[in-house]
Design a protein around this ligand. Structure first.
Ligand SMILES: O=P(O)(O)OC[C@H]1O[C@@H](O)[C@H](O)[C@@H](O)[C@@H]1O
Length: 236
C-alpha cells in the first residue's frame, strides 16, 4: 500500500474503525427475532439476513429491505414513531434503543489496527472523513475518542438532511471526497459491508479496500473491492 498515490481516506465506521458492527448485529438480531416470534409462518432472522439485507444501509432501509425479503408488509410510519409502533420506522427505533443501551453500558474502543492506521495518516497529513449510514456515528466516534481525527463526518442524519441516497449509492462518499477537496480517483474507500463496497465501486474511487469482518473475501471482491484485508494494520 503506497499512501503517496492517494490524497484522502474515506472510512466507513461500524466494522471498519470500531467493532460496533457487532453491536448493531446483536441489536438487530434481538429486535427482529422478537418481532418474528409473533409470526409462526416465519423462520428466525439470522446473520445471513443481516449481511444480505441490513448491513451498511441506512436504518429504515435495512428494516424495509429485510421485511420485503420475507414478504411482510408494514406501514412506513415516521422517524418520530415510538419504538412500540408496528411500522418500519418503529422497528428501526426499537433496534436503536437496544444499540444505545449497549453503547452507554459498554463504551467502545477502536480496533487497534485501525487506530494505528488513523494515527499514521494523521502524521502524514492525509485528510480523513467518516462516511457511515449510521445516525449514531458522531456518538460512536466520541465514545471512541476519535472525533478530532476526522475532518468531516457524513452520517445517516447529514445524508438525509442533504437528500443524499444511502449506500449502495455512491453519493455520500462522493460528497465527502468533494468536501475534502479530492476527486474520486484520489480517494481511498475503506468498507466492510457489501453495500458499502458497492458504493465505492459505483463512485469510481481510486482504491476500494474491502475489510473482511464476516462478509467474506469473495463476496467483497464480487462487490467491487480492489483489495481485501482482514485488518487495517495491513495497510500501514
Ligand atoms: O441505525 P443507525 O445507527 O442509524 O445505523 C444504520 C446502519 O449503520 C451501519 O453503519 C451499520 O452497518 C448497520 O448495521 C446499521 O443498521
Amino acid at each position: 500500500m503506497n499512501w503517496d498515490d492517494y490524497a484522502v481516506a474515506l472510512f466507513d465506521l461500524d466494522g471498519v474503525v470500531t467493532p460496533t458492527a457487532e453491536v448493531h448485529m446483536r441489536a438487530w438480531d434481538r429486535m427482529f427475532n422478537e418481532f418474528l416470534d409473533g409470526r409462526p409462518d416465519q423462520t428466525p432472522y439470522t446473520d445471513d439476513d443481516y449481511f444480505a439485507h441490513v448491513d451498511g444501509k441506512p436504518r429504515y432501509e435495512g428494516v424495509a429491505t429485510f421485511l420485503a425479503s420475507r414478504g411482510i408488509e408494514l406501514p412506513q410510519g415516521d422517524p418520530g414513531d415510538a419504538p412500540e409502533a408496528e411500522t418500519v420506522c418503529g422497528l428501526g427505533n426499537r433496534k436503536n434503543d437496544a444499540f444505545n443501551r449497549v453503547l452507554a453500558e459498554d463504551g467502545v474502543e477502536a480496533y487497534p489496527g485501525s487506530a494505528r492506521l488513523i494515527e499514521e495518516l494523521e502524521r502524514r497529513g492525509v485528510p480523513m472523513a467518516v462516511v457511515s449510514s449510521s445516525r449514531n456515528a458522531p456518538a460512536v466516534l466520541e465514545a471512541a475518542g476519535l472525533t478530532a481525527s476526522f475532518r468531516m463526518v457524513m452520517d445517516g442524519a447529514v445524508a438525509a438532511e442533504r437528500g443524499l441516497p444511502g449506500k449502495p449509492a455512491p453519493d455520500t462518499f462522493l460528497a465527502a471526497a468533494e468536501e475534502l477537496g479530492a476527486t474520486p480517483a484520489q480517494a481511498v474507500v475503506l468498507e466492510d459491508a457489501i453495500s458499502g463496497v458497492r458504493a465505492g465501486a459505483a463512485g469510481g474511487f481510486g482504491l476500494v479496500v474491502g475489510v473482511d469482518r464476516g462478509a467474506g473475501h469473495d463476496a467483497l471482491v464480487d462487490a467491487g473491492a480492489h483489495v481485501v484485508v482482514k485488518d487495517l494494520e495491513e495497510l500501514l
